[in-house]
Ligand binder design. Structure first.
Ligand SMILES: NC(=O)c1ccc[n+]([C@@H]2O[C@H](COP(=O)([O-])OP(=O)(O)OC[C@H]3O[C@@H](n4cnc5c(N)ncnc54)[C@H](O)[C@@H]3O)[C@@H](O)[C@H]2O)c1
Length: 389
């Protein structure tokens, strides 16, 4: 189906909202919008962390669905960055602001008066949390509290999806998938910061937002390790490989036997969108937490993942692509699986792409980027449409 994409061009820079220019509609394949029943069309959607990996994909998806997106984040955390590659600064209301700046954040939220809010901004790198624990804790815990504080005075209905992580669970290294009712915890700083953010959201829910008929509806979303085109974050295994393989280098890997619920970035983002739509209609979901992960049989070790990706990248043998080093600089949990029955039964959500779909789309995106002459906005749009189809 061919529909029009309302591509608002808003180059605001800094904190201002001035300078929005209507560029006029573009014609494109718009089948993507059907999955959410046009729920986001014409809606005001605030995304924190829109300059990051997941935030750039979510912003792109929301724009495709005709939402007006306002983003709050620091500058893109990587170079290259998906945010810059897709020109998102000119396609949304772009605010560069530290979420620990409570008054600045509250002003943006109250001025924009969002219909939906997705909170993704975080210090999301495990290795960095070891190097600077206080910065990680203040961003992930106090920053989350500031987002909730900014919501409190709103009088108009706003549906907020607060994104934490699968690492918020107390990892007891068992073979079963974690359920939403399992204990939270975290032995490393990043995991603990996400568990603490969960506790803060839970407390705000009970203290200020327990009335689901009130203006604020909120829920928590926990997803696992996501992969996909456009991630260049430090110390993330796929990003490290893409950087190195583009230079014809091999990659040193730690924890080759670590098992993760790898999933394409569009999977949890689809879950967040589905949760937001359901939450807007169903007050009984107020304050609930949901896992969004791949099917259990799609868990793979780091070694298996890199073997598949390196083969699709064009390496004849994995030895040419990566080597295992034993001296891990810090400890990370070994086995982490999510049980996603709740999302399936209460939201009708389930992972759609299998492992091979996920890897194929990931490699295709990076190959197109490194080719240098591809339209990455179109490629990103096509992947979102393929996912929705
Ligand atoms: N990528 C994953 O595998 C994964 C897995 C589970 C959960 N998550 C969570 O999903 C969210 C997004 O992750 P990502 O992979 O896109 O991370 P990312 O590092 O690519 O992006 C982080 C975003 O947060 C912003 N940010 C960081 N500190 C900030 C601050 N003090 N003030 C304002 N903005 C700040 C950055 O500017 C960026 O926009 C995070 O909450 C992360 O913890 C990610």
């Amino acid at each position: 189906m061919l529909l029009t994409w309302d591509d608002r061009s808003c180059n605001v820079g800094g904190d201002g909202l001035e300078g929005c220019v209507q560029n006029g509609p573009r014609t494109m394949d718009y089948s993507v919008v059907m999955n959410f029943d046009s729920a986001f069309r014409g809606k005001r959607v605030l995304v924190t962390g829109h300059t990051g990996f997941k935030g750039s994909w979510l912003t792109s998806w929301l724009l495709l669905m005709g939402a007006e997106v306002c983003g709050v984040a620091l500058d893109p955390p990587t170079e290259p960055s998906m945010f810059a590659i897709l020109g998102l600064e000119k396609r949304c209301r772009h605010h560069v602001l530290d979420i620990r700046n409570s008054s600045g954040l509250s002003k943006i939220v109250s001025d924009f008066a969002p219909d939906y809010l997705f909170h993704l901004a975080a210090q999301a790198i495990v290795s960095r949390s070891y190097a600077d624990p206080v910065d990680t804790i203040s961003t992930n815990v106090v920053g989350t509290a500031n987002v909730l504080e900014a919501l409190r005075p709103l009088t108009k209905r706003c549906v907020a999806v607060m994104i934490t992580s699968d690492k918020c669970y107390e990892n007891v290294e068992w073979v079963w998938g974690y359920r939403e009712s399992d204990a939270l915890g975290g032995k490393d700083i990043y995991s603990a910061s996400k568990a603490a953010a969960e506790a803060v959201i839970h407390a705000y829910h009970h203290s200020y937002f327990s009335d689901a008929e009130g203006p604020i509806r909120l829920a928590r979303a926990r997803a696992g390790n996501v992969i996909g085109g456009g991630d260049w974050a430090a110390d993330r295994i796929v990003a490290d490989c893409m950087r190195a393989w583009n230079r014809n280098d091999t990659v040193a890997i730690r924890c080759p036997r670590a098992t993760r619920p790898w999933q394409h970035v569009l999977e949890p983002l689809g879950g967040y969108l589905a949760l937001a739509v359901a939450l807007s209609k169903r007050p009984e979901l107020q304050g609930e937490a949901f896992n969004f992960g791949p099917l259990a049989e799609q868990n793979r070790t780091v070694n298996e993942l890199l073997t598949t990706i390196s083969s699709q990248w064009g390496f004849i043998s994995p030895d040419q692509a990566f080597r295992v080093v034993e001296d891990r600089p810090f400890s990370e949990s070994h086995l982490l699986k999510l049980n996603c029955d709740k999302a399936r039964h209460m939201l009708g959500w389930h992972a759609k792409w299998d492992y091979s779909d996920c890897v194929r789309e990931l490699v295709a995106w990076y190959k197109a980027f490194y080719q240098g002459d591809q339209d990455m906005v179109e490629i990103t749009r096509a992947q979102i449409n393929a996912y929705c189809a």
